[in-house]
Design a protein around this ligand. Structure first.
Ligand code: GDP
Ligand code: IMO
Ligand code: MG
Length: 427
């Protein structure tokens, strides 16, 4: 395996955590490069269920793991997540946090809540973890970085100045009570002392790995359609979950990336608001939600469910330069008599095959379906493609044809061992 980017090909929750964990023993370091604790990655291994939000899945196997420069870090959350994982036996000898990552402050969380409330019915449906406001401060050039947090006097100075501005916004625009400096300062300095030993210039560390010909696994978060530029804007997150986000997200150039693996669920889900052409509101949608246990790892919200959309997957292949797909949750489809696959969108009497950038156009698109036969046999113990029922095999092969990208991995259950490798590259 070369230096591999794992990227969500849909709207997140495709099983990136599971696949990253599966591939962890084939690499030397696991790096996350975007988002923060808006992510929720579930890994089931060693008979335990691990829930990771801001910490890379590599820690489960005690692999060197990096919270990269493109991420946003809530230090209070981080400490809690680390402690929970420690209680599950996870070691933290090998974790690194980049100095350049931005810090999520209490006012970011508050502004996330307040701005969502102010939007009313037009809300984005964010995780309310302060992600958008934190990235806004980064772009405004007023953000507080990890290297500022661990420098007490600088942190004090930045917090004073930011809080002055933000408290004005909180009280004058939203009519809420201003936040208290001392409370935030004390809590964050406490966390800073815990975080300090992990803090490094990770761009240097990763480059050292590259020079030694070691292998890097980039664990994606969110998904292609949540990308700030290539997602269903404005119903997106505020970072770049697409593969190109990896470079500014950890401080290496694109020539050091060998391959990009898209993670795609065998159907489609979405949490939060925004258009979703193949969304189901019928018993098939309920079937997918209940059978696939489609409830958010982060917020517990029921996920919206729909048929697989190959217009989206082809788009993901293009914008991420995917060399391969890991096709997950195939087992969820077991028991459906017929399975629909969207192959194009009907728009004003014509059929289009490219995912449109305009939200109003996307909202008018009606999916054109191809209908495939389902299967009833339990597939969760299959060890190879040949052990799958004929119709399940046909489904995988047909999707591969439609999206013009190789399916290299098929996942048939949440556990590490419920993974079928089709491509030697991942063996
Ligand atoms: P991520 O955000 O992309 O890492 O995905 P999540 O962890 O949020 O959601 C995927 C869910 O599906 C998790 O609960 C996984 O344990 C589970 N999962 C992953 N792969 C499979 C699979 O092939 N079959 C089933 N049934 N569950 C899976
Ligand atoms: P993983 O890594 C699914 C969605 C939110 C909302 C939008 C903006 O587990 O796949 P934000 O809080 O980021 O400002 O919310 O993005 N969202 C996700 N949906 N999986 C995720 O991460 C997500 N991270 C953000 O639901 O619609
Ligand atoms: Mg998730």
């Amino acid at each position: 395996m070369g230096n591999l980017v794992v990227v969500g090909a849909q709207w997140g929750d495709e099983g990136k955590g599971k696949i990253t964990d599966y591939l962890t023993d084939r690499c030397d370091v696991v790096v996350r490069t975007s988002g923060g604790n808006n992510a929720g990655h579930t890994v089931i291994a060693n008979g335990k269920t691990y829930k990771l939000h801001v910490i890379p899945s590599g820690v489960i196997q005690n692999k060197p793991s990096v919270i990269g420069s493109g991420m946003v870090l809530d230090p209070v959350w981080f400490v809690e997540e680390m402690n929970t994982l420690k209680e599950q036996g996870v070691k933290f000898d090998n974790l690194m946090i980049d100095k350049r990552a931005h810090i999520i402050m209490p006012y970011h969380k508050m502004l996330d809540e307040l701005s969502e409330k102010a939007l009313g019915k037009k809300d984005i449906g964010t995780t309310k973890r302060g992600i958008g406001p934190c990235y806004t401060d980064k772009i405004k050039r007023s953000g507080i970085r990890v290297c500022d947090l661990i420098n007490e006097s600088l942190f004090k100075e930045k917090l004073e100045s930011n809080l002055k501005a933000v408290n004005k916004e909180i009280s004058e625009i939203y009519g809420e009570k201003p936040l208290d400096f001392d409370e935030i300062y004390d809590e964050y300095i406490k966390c800073a002392n815990i975080i300090k030993p992990f803090v490094k210039d990770c761009s240097v560390v990763i480059y050292d790995y590259i020079k030694q010909n070691k292998k890097i696994l980039f664990e994606g978060a969110q998904g292609t359609l949540l990308d700030i530029d290539f997602g269903t804007y404005p119903y997106v997150t505020s970072s770049h979950p697409t593969s190109a986000g990896v470079c500014p997200g950890c401080g290496i150039g694109p020539a050091y990336i060998d391959d990009c693996l898209g993670i795609a669920k065998a159907y489609t889900t979405r949490v939060g608001k925004g258009p979703f052409p193949t969304e189901l509101f019928d018993k098939d949608g309920d079937f997918l939600r209940e059978k696939g246990f489609e409830y958010g790892t982060t917020t517990g919200r029921p996920r919206r469910c729909g048929w697989l959309d190959t217009v989206i997957l082809k788009y993901a292949v293009r914008v991420n330069s995917l060399s391969s797909i890991a096709f997950t949750k195939l087992d969820t489809l077991t028991g459906l008599e017929k399975i629909k696959v969207c192959i194009g969108y009907k728009l004003d009497g014509e059929v289009i095959y490219d995912f449109p950038p305009e939200l109003d156009v996307l909202e008018k698109c009606e999916p054109v379906y191809e209908i495939l036969d389902g299967w009833t046999e339990d597939i969760t113990n299959a060890k190879s493609l040949d052990e799958l029922p004929e119709n399940a095999k046909k489904y995988v092969k047909r999707i591969e044809e439609l999206i013009e990208c190789k399916i290299g991995i098929v996942s048939i259950g949440p556990k590490r061992e419920q993974t079928i490798i089709l491509d030697e590259y991942f063996k």
